[in-house]
Write a protein that binds this ligand. Sequence first.
Ligand SMILES: [Zn+2]
Ligand SMILES: [Zn+2]
Length: 329
Amino acid sequence: MNDGKSALYMATSWALWPALFAAGLIGAGFAFHTKVPLLWFNLVYLTLVAAIASFERLMPYEQDWLKHDGETFNDIAHTLLTKGGVQIAAAIGASAPMALATVVQPALTSPTAIWPDQWPLVFQVVLGLIIAEFGLYVAHRAAHEILSLWRFHALHHSVERLWVVNTGRFHVVDSLFKIALSQVPLYLLGAPLPVFLWISAVTAFIGLLTHCNMDVRTGPLDLVFSTPRLHRWHHSKVLAEGNTNYGENLVLWDQLFGTYFNPARRPPAEIGISGRIAEGFIAQLVQPFSAKGFKQILGRRREPQMRPLSQEEQVAQSDIGRHSRFKRR
Ligand SMILES: [Zn+2]
Ligand SMILES: [Zn+2]
């Protein structure tokens, strides 16, 4: 099972995901107690990015994914636009949801709110994560199943390798839709600001780890969190494999709604989409808005592009019990 890897390699492989996640949370806890929490949080975030990028070199999951794909600039630009929006002047990403919550939350909390503020904060955060995850799940699943939304989400899936830098590669419309569905219910319930901050922190760290190209083993964590292993299936070109594991932080809703997918095989190295994404950051931003761009994103033709599944893909399909008999190409 360990393919001749040393005991140290195996131990690191098991320890990395929980250790980096815990390190991020400890760092966030420290940041939130300073006078400039967003600045410190961004530093913690960037430190985690650097640590993950180093481990991707030391113990990559897919060697091929270390190769440059010419998209690094675009990945970073989309990250800054979607996650850094409000504080783009600071040119550091990942905390727009936090900044937004800082401004909006105090104005929106209603006196009739039913949020259980008397609970210990950690339980409030867990409750908040479960509620926010429902919005994330609905938004993400809709982005895959409704073509007019897929046109925005396809940008995220157009990458041919997964690594820490393309974590934040989302079209800004895709991101806003997701933030709205996940945060609005919490505002309406009257969740306090610290809950928003912690949810944003957890989402930021799990997102980085989800896309990493580190050879990590997550075992039972796959049952609770959105891990790299689960997310690699989500990026599969095979629809029966890719239209699964929509969870962003937790996989609870995937399990409840039957979209959880984690067979014993190795997830595919070949990932991507059937359609074509424009080259260049601005072109990628405007592409979904034109009829021509939409067509390119979908691929040349919708029906004839399908081909029958190979035997291995049929296994994938029966693993999940879904009915897609065709594959995107
Ligand atoms: Zn997706
Ligand atoms: Zn992804």
